[in-house]
Ligand binder design. Structure first.
Ligand code: CTP
Ligand code: CA
Length: 220
């Protein structure tokens, strides 16, 4: 098999309110960057579409930097075709309906009436492509679950809703978001595989092995 092309999204997106303020989340980009490095080390051609993060880009991946969810969607679509799509980014679910050209003043009622509109669901759009759908479409799910069973149930619901092939689920009740360690469940339609708590680099290496094994096996 020639080197597979894998598109990975990572980091948060930021959604501007005005020139100095934005909506975002605590994603550090570490898990996505570590996965990009692991897959590049396997010889894959990796396109890493990243929101703003403060970590070094991984060696061997092509980095495409974006700010907003809309820019991330466009960059992903422009990077197709690909053998696999792995959505690790914590895409902001909502964005301000209007981006104010000048700094909003606190003495005006602007903040109390801030209107939000839903961002596109990039993972669902990639999963739903008819002509250019990657052979393997993987989503991440950050959940605050009470236990492993609850986490698996949330992941299965997300798998169906997104139409992807795998969901990598992690419990973000503790410090997983922004922290150095993580533990995950790899959930597909017919199995669930846990990866025990470890440094994100170790988790990424194991996920990279699983993704490469799936790409080498005939799918569907
Ligand atoms: N995702 C995406 N586009 C969005 C929101 C999420 O592509 N607008 C992707 C993420 O990259 C991740 C997966 O969907 O791979 C799950 O993200 P998550 O935030 O856990 O799920 P949501 O569908 O947004 O549901 P919720 O936040 O309500 O749990
Ligand atoms: Ca979300």
């Amino acid at each position: 098999m020639s080197a597979p092309h894998i598109i990975i999204t990572a980091g948060p997106t930021i959604e501007p309110i005005d020139p100095v303020r934005f909506l975002s989340n605590h994603s550090s980009g570490r898990q996505g960057y570590a996965l990009a490095a692991a897959l590049a080390a396997h010889g894959a051609r990796v396109t890493l579409v990243s929101g703003p993060v403060s970590i070094e880009p991984p060696a061997g991946a092509e980095l495409v930097k974006v700010q907003t969810a809309l820019e991330m969607r466009d960059a992903v679509m422009a990077a197709l075709p690909a053998d696999a799509y792995i959505g690790v980014a914590a895409v902001a679910d909502w964005r301000p309906a209007t981006r104010h050209a000048s700094k909003m003043k606190t003495d005006k009622a602007g903040f109390a009436s801030l209107q939000l509109v839903e961002n596109p669901d990039i993972l669902r759009e990639v999963s739903g492509l008819t002509d250019r759908r990657p052979r393997l479409v993987v989503g991440f799910a950050a959940e605050t679950a009470s236990d492993g069973g609850a986490l698996e149930a949330l992941a299965r619901a997300k798998l169906e809703r997104k139409g992807c092939d795998l969901i990598i689920a992690n419990d973000v009740s503790g410090d997983a978001m922004g922290g150095a360690e993580n533990s995950v469940l790899i959930v597909s339609r017919d199995e669930v595989k846990p990866i025990a708590r470890a440094h994100k680099d170790v988790i990424a290496a194991k996920l990279g092995d699983s993704v490469m094994a799936l790409l080498r096996a005939p799918l569907r």
